[in-house]
Write a protein that binds this ligand. Structure first.
Ligand SMILES: C[S@@+](CC[C@H](N)C(=O)[O-])C[C@H]1O[C@@H](n2cnc3c(N)ncnc32)[C@H](O)[C@@H]1O
Length: 411
């Protein structure tokens, strides 16, 4: 058997040894794809050609379109495709998973034990059969690709049992000084920015978490909005969904307002004008262009006037990501586990305009970490936070006018 010593992309031959060398600077590939930390080696070594508007101090006003045209879709695409179809891919995947797992273990997570515990916790296949029997969810093609380090992408038990663990690793990588508190800080950072950007949920209001995974983000939303009536998570992976439901069941302090539903975020089945907040936490980078647009349209439909859509994602114009994109090999390796990363980086810079096209009037943005942003769009209209007529009548303790008149006269 002959072993290839290089891969060919766009007429250029890249030795495997170069690919492998890139692996050594890859701090994380899998999971939410938010964990890649620039290091001295991977951050600045390449030319700055994808960042034409950067200033001498390294700051940048690069629009996404500018950052993307140079690299995305050209050599990067070819390198990524070549990597996925190459004999090195399985190795890459193992490396990616290993890195994520190691990060979690570094902060005391017993990854294997937790996965084994979940595996043995119930008859998962029976639960899956039960769920699928009662639902008729259409899975769009873009969702069926291999994501992260899983050949079946989000459609497998392993991805589902490991998602909450990967989330801890991601938090740690964003807040390395804070070790196991990293995830908490990332989630709380999002909360703080939502508040700053004007998100309001009235008493009894509905909060919807699209792409909820196994429910970590949903549980944080429930905690953030204690007076919301219901917090509904929706995910297109029945595996994630069932894992999330199981975790809810086994948690004796689980918030009963949290409900996890299996479905496509683009077709929630929720009523028009029913939600006060729709959140998408670390979801948009996993979507095709069409998927993203249809989900934003759905968010607009289900939000009540004055309600907000809130997105937490990688910030494509963050210096760390611009540098990463300038490193074709590294970016290609990342892309090989995130099929829509290139789409995301090329188009997410326009997300404000897209939100406006979807009908949102006021769009505000803010930083959550050095690499993440929060974007909030408000559906125009009046958000009436007053109680209903009956309640206001009850609350009215104002003196009767005629009594007041008597009081004034007899004084
Ligand atoms: C990286 S995870 C984020 C999970 C969670 N929101 C969090 O912050 O921990 C992205 C999730 O989006 C889900 N997803 C992707 N496309 C979706 C769609 N069209 N409808 C519903 N869920 C979707 C995936 O199944 C996956 O669980």
């Amino acid at each position: 058997m002959q072993i290839a010593t290089s891969m060919t992309t766009g007429g250029r031959s890249i030795p495997w040894v170069a690919v492998l060398a890139s692996l050594s600077v890859l701090s994380s590939v899998t999971g939410f794809q938010t964990a890649v930390r620039p290091t001295a080696r991977n951050a600045g070594g390449r030319s700055n050609r994808a960042n034409p508007t950067s200033s001498p101090d390294g700051s940048s006003s690069t629009g996404l379109a500018a950052a993307s045209t140079d690299f995305g879709g050209m050599l990067g695409d070819k390198v990524a495709s070549a990597i996925v179809g190459s004999p090195i891919y399985p190795l890459l995947v193992r490396q990616a998973k290993g890195t994520m797992k190691k990060s979690a273990e570094d902060i005391g997570v017993d990854w294997d034990a937790e996965v084994a515990r979940l595996r043995d916790a119930q008859d998962w296949d029976a639960a899956l059969a039960g769920l699928l029997e009662t639902s008729s969810v259409e899975v769009p093609d873009y969702y069926k690709k291999p994501f992260h380090a899983y050949a079946d992408g989000n459609l497998c038990w392993e991805a589902a049992w490991e998602q909450h663990l990967a989330s801890k690793a991601v938090g740690f990588r964003n807040f390395p000084e804070d070790a196991e508190r990293g995830e908490y800080l990332l989630r709380k950072g999002y909360e703080a920015q939502m508040e700053r950007l004007g998100v309001l949920v009235e008493d009894g209001g509905l909060v919807v978490d699209l792409g909820c995974g196994s429910g970590t983000s949903t549980r944080y939303l429930a905690e953030q909005f204690p007076s919301a009536g219901k917090v509904v998570g929706v995910d297109l992976s029945p595996y994630m969904l069932l894992t999330g439901r199981f975790m809810q069941q086994e948690d004796e302090n689980a918030d009963p307002r949290v409900e996890l539903e299996y479905g496509d975020a683009a077709r929630t089945g929720l009523e028009d004008n029913s939600a006060s907040l729709v959140s998408l936490s670390l979801v948009v980078h996993e979507l095709s262009t069409e998927g993203r647009r249809s989900i934003l349209a759905e968010a607009f439909r289900i939000l009540r006037p004055g309600g907000s859509v809130s997105i937490m994602e990688m910030d494509p114009s963050a210096p760390g990501y611009i540098k990463l994109r300038n490193n074709p090999m590294l970016f290609s390796i990342l892309r090989s586990t995130e099929p829509y990363l290139d789409v995301y980086f090329s188009e997410a810079g326009n997300i404000d305009a897209e939100l406006q096209e979807a009908g949102f009037t006021t769009v505000r943005k803010s930083g959550v970490t050095g690499r993440h942003m929060a974007v909030v769009g408000v559906k125009g209209g009046t958000f009436d936070l007053r109680a209903d007529f009956k309640q206001r009548e009850k609350d009215d303790t104002h003196l009767q006018t005629h009594r007041a008149d008597v009081w004034v006269k007899t004084r």
